[in-house]
Design a protein around this ligand. Structure first.
Ligand code: ADP
Ligand code: C5P
Length: 211
C-alpha cells in the first residue's frame, strides 16, 4: 500500500477561529509532522499595481486567490515533494519577495476562508472542517486583529466588512459549509471537536484508511 499524507481542509469566515483550530491540531501532531498551508499566502501577486489600486481589490472573492498554484502545491506535498510557499504581506496587500521552503509531512492542513469553494481542492481533502462562529464575534475580533496586526484603522475595517467581507461571506463562504464533514462551533475553544479530529487523524495515519 502506497503511503499518502492526510489532507485536512479548515474553512470558515474571517476571524472564525481557523488559525486557532489549526494551531490546536498542529500542537498535538508536532512530532508526527504537520505542514500548514494558509490560503491567504496564495493571494495573487499585486506587485505590479500601485498601493491605491491594491486597496480596491476584493480580497474575499475566489478570484483574488491564485488557486491553481495552491492546488499545485498541495498535489506536490501529497507526492511528498517540497514546495516554495509564497509569503503574503497584509500591510502592502501583495506577496512579499521571500518564499518559505516547505518540506512534505504526513499531515497537511490547508486553511483559509475559501478552501472548500474549489471542487479540485476539496477532492484532495480527506477531512473537511468548517469553523462556524457568529458574525458579531467575528467582526469584533477582526477590528481588534486588523488594527493590531494588519496596519488598519477601525473605519477601514468596518467599511471593508460592509462592502466586501460580509456580502462575499454570504455568497461564497457560508454555502461551502455543506461540503464540510464536521462543523465546529466556536473554533479553537471547542476542545471536544478538536479531540475528535485528532483521534480521526491518528486512525487514518495508523491504518491508512484514507487510501
Ligand atoms: P481566523 O484564522 O479564522 O481568521 P483566528 O483563529 O486567527 O481566526 O482568530 C482571529 C482573531 O480572533 C485572533 O486575534 C484570535 O486571537 C481571536 N480569537 C480566536 N478565537 C477566539 C476566542 N475563542 N475568543 C476570543 N478571541 C478569539
Ligand atoms: O485570517 P482571515 O481568514 O481573516 O483572512 C482572510 C481575510 O483577510 C479576508 O476576509 C480578507 O478580507 C482579508 N484581507 C485583507 N487584506 C488583504 C488580504 C486579505 O483585509 N490584503
Amino acid at each position: 500500500m502506497t503511503k499518502r499524507p492526510v489532507v485536512i481542509g479548515i474553512a470558515g469566515g474571517s476571524c472564525s477561529g481557523k488559525t486557532s483550530v489549526t494551531r490546536a491540531i498542529y500542537d498535538v501532531f508536532r512530532d508526527h509532522s504537520v505542514v500548514v498551508i494558509e490560503q491567504d499566502y496564495y493571494y495573487k501577486d499585486q506587485s505590479h499595481m500601485t498601493f491605491d489600486e491594491r486597496l480596491l481589490t476584493n480580497y474575499d472573492h475566489p478570484l483574488a486567490f491564485d488557486t491553481d498554484l495552491l492546488i499545485e502545491h498541495v498535489h506536490s506535498l501529497i507526492d511528498y515533494k517540497a514546495v516554495k510557499k509564497p509569503v503574503y504581506d497584509y500591510v502592502q496587500h501583495t506577496r512579499s519577495e521571500e518564499v518559505i521552503d516547505v518540506e512534505p509531512k504526513d499531515v497537511i492542513i490547508v486553511e483559509g476562508i475559501l478552501v472548500l469553494e474549489d471542487e479540485r481542492l476539496r477532492d484532495l481533502m480527506d477531512i473537511k472542517l468548517f469553523v462556524d462562529t457568529d458574525s458579531d464575534l467575528r467582526i469584533i475580533r477582526r477590528i481588534q486583529r486588523d488594527i493590531k496586526e494588519r496596519g488598519r484603522t477601525a473605519d477601514s475595517v468596518i467599511d471593508q466588512y460592509l462592502s466586501a467581507v460580509r456580502p462575499m461571506h454570504n455568497m461564497f463562504i457560508e454555502p461551502t459549509k455543506r461540503y464540510a464533514d464536521v462543523i465546529i462551533p466556536e473554533g479553537g475553544d471547542n476542545n471536544v471537536a478538536i479531540d475528535l479530529m485528532v483521534t480521526k487523524i491518528k486512525t487514518i495515519l495508523e491504518t491508512g484508511a484514507n487510501l
